[in-house]
Design a protein around this ligand. Structure first.
Ligand code: BEZ
Length: 211
C-alpha cells in the first residue's frame, strides 16, 4: 500500500556510507529527508548528491537529517563518493543507504515498474519528528530535483507545524502567510492584535509569525 502524507514512515535497517542505520532510532526526534536516486555513477544523480552535500548547513540549521538511498551496493557508494567530491566541489557528508535488494525502495514505492522495473525514481519524503510523512515528491530519472525547493517546503512545514497559518503560492521564508480558516476572527484578534489584511473572509493575510 502506498505511503501517504500523515502515515508513519516505515522503519528499516540498512547499511550506509556512515555505518548501519536503524531509521527510527537515527532520526531520533529530528526532521528527516529520505530521498532515492536511481543509480550511482550517473550524471544527474552526481549533481544532485553534490548539491545536497553543499546544502548541509541549511538542513542542519533547520534540524533536518538527510539520507540518500539507491539500489546500489555499499562498496559502489564509496567509489562514486570520490567522483561526487571531484566533480561537484563538495564531498558526500550525509549517509547514503545501500538497498541492493530494493527492499526499502519497494516499501516506500520508490520503484515505479512502468518507468523502470529495478531502479528507483527520484522520490523525496520529508518526515517530521513524530515520524509521520509530511511531504512526498516524485520526479522521473531524467529530471534532477530542485533541492532549494525542498528547503523552502521544509520552512513551510516547520512554520505551519507551530502556527495556525498556511503558506501561499511561491511563498518564501519571511514573506506574508495566510491565517487558516479554522481560526475565527475572534481568535485571530488575540493572535494578531495588529490585525490582518482581509481580501475575502476566507483569505486573511498576516506577516509571518516569528519563533
Ligand atoms: C542520471 O542520474 O543521470 C540518470 C540515472 C538513471 C537514468 C537516467 C539518468
Amino acid at each position: 500500500m502506498a505511503i501517504l502524507i500523515g502515515d508513519t514512515a516505515p522503519d528499516f535497517t540498512l547499511d550506509s556510507t556512515e555505518g548501519p542505520i536503524h531509521f527510527h532510532d537515527y532520526i531520533d526526534g529530528s526532521w528527516a529527508v529520505l530521498f532515492s536516486h536511481p543509480k550511482n555513477f550517473t550524471p544527474v544523480c552526481t549533481t544532485e548528491l553534490g548539491y545536497t552535500a553543499k546544502l548541509k548547513p541549511e538542513f542542519e540549521k533547520r534540524g533536518v537529517k538527510v539520507l540518500g538511498l539507491s539500489v546500489d551496493k555499499l562498496e559502489d557508494h564509496a567509489g562514486w563518493a570520490k567522483d561526487i567530491a571531484e566533480t561537484q566541489g563538495s564531498a558526500l557528508n550525509f549517509p547514503l543507504l545501500a538497498d541492493p535488494e530494493g527492499v526499502v525502495a519497494r516499501q516506500y514505492d520508490m520503484i515505479h515498474p512502468n518507468a523502470d522495473n529495478t531502479l528507483t525514481v527520484r522520490s523525496v519524503f520529508v518526515i517530521g519528528p513524530d515520524k509521520k510523512v509530511k511531504l512526498k515528491i516524485e520526479y522521473p530519472a531524467s529530471t534532477g530535483r530542485n533541492f532549494d525547493e525542498i528547503i523552502r517546503v521544509i520552512d513551510s512545514l516547520q512554520l505551519t507545524a507551530n502556527h495556525q497559518v498556511a503558506t501561499p503560492v511561491n511563498w518564501k521564508n519571511g514573506e506574508d502567510v495566510i491565517i487558516v480558516p479554522a481560526v475565527s476572527n475572534e481568535a485571530a484578534k488575540t493572535k494578531y492584535p495588529e490585525g490582518w489584511k482581509e481580501l475575502k473572509p476566507y483569505l486573511r493575510i498576516v506577516p509571518q509569525p516569528r519563533a
